[in-house]
Design a protein around this ligand. Sequence first.
Ligand code: LMR
Length: 394
Amino acid sequence: MLNDLKEQPADKILMLMQAFREDPREDKIDLGVGVYRDADGNTPIMAAVKEAEKRLWSAETTKSYTGLAGDPEYGRALGDLILGDAVARDRRAAVATPGGTGAVRQALELMRMAAPGARIWVSDPTWPNHLSIIKHLERPSSPYRYFDDATGQVDFDGMCADLDAVAEGDLVLLHGCCHNPTGANLTSEQWDKVADLIEAKGAIAFVDIAYQGFGDGLDADAEGVRKLAARLPEMLIAASCSKNFGIYRERAGLLIAIAPDAAAAKTAQGTLAHLNRQNFSFPPDHGARLVTMILTDGTLRAQWQEELEEMRLGMLGLRRQLADELRQRSNSDRFDFIAEHRGMFSRLGATPEQVEAMRRDNGIYMVGDSRINVAGLNARTVPILAAAMIDAGL
Ligand code: LMR
């Protein structure tokens, strides 16, 4: 059996992590994987998380199993953070999953089970692992235009034109905020139009929200997902706590299914728990428990929000610095979109050859499609990146 295995295609982002580690240059700059870094290049544990861990250590009396859905309080607390009061709680089913990736996977499993003929529509471009999991589960998919490389903005006309072909019951995968890999996001009015379109088509919105709080703030970043939830009878949401709680390796994710009514939500809850059982049984609990403790304790929550806000403002400052630097060096405003983008990422619009040149000549690592992780920069390295971009011919 094992002799028959073929090499699997390497994940572009993970491959880049490896290449960066192996580069002996001391002044190399990592703008690859989407992990938050402070000005010293560290990914610290948030103080609110440390404090929750301390409390958990002294209060926890057992490591016995939770439930297949995880702790229901986690689903409620994180569901409230994402959805606010956009939809009645009794229409929400939720299960804890191993990270946001686990939630994406379980959502697609649910789709395969409940709507095997449905097609999933994905933004072009999207997070590469979306496409990989869709392929692995053999789900039919189609891309919709999303990003205009020439302007660095959302190609909203192209998006709507492509989504016009969505059939009833199809899934439309949307990034809740901080689009990965482009950094270009829908405006409030555009979310309304997308909601109109999905409603008119009788399609199902599937929102992946992995960066809530990294863009314009916790509530602002959830505006799109809340608008959809308030309007549509059914919806799926894959959420991650990796980035906004900085607990990447704890694998804390949540899959929410919004059903038309409480009875359907109950059945969905049972089905999601069943799917967890088939795939991994009980979801990881440690990270999810920390999140619940933070969200339900006034002091911890305030501390976490403050830390998150500091991270967000730091990334915004770096965006502005990079856009300013490029305005001076290029004598043009063609890179202003970097300051308008939100979240960790921006797609710069460099060719693969230019990306390669920056890596070879300057030790700057970004994903091959020219996605940079803004948090990988600091005040000292911004001018280095800007100079390298201009040298590479951008
Ligand atoms: C990224 O896009 O870099 C992150 O979401 C990390 C990952 O798993 O790819």
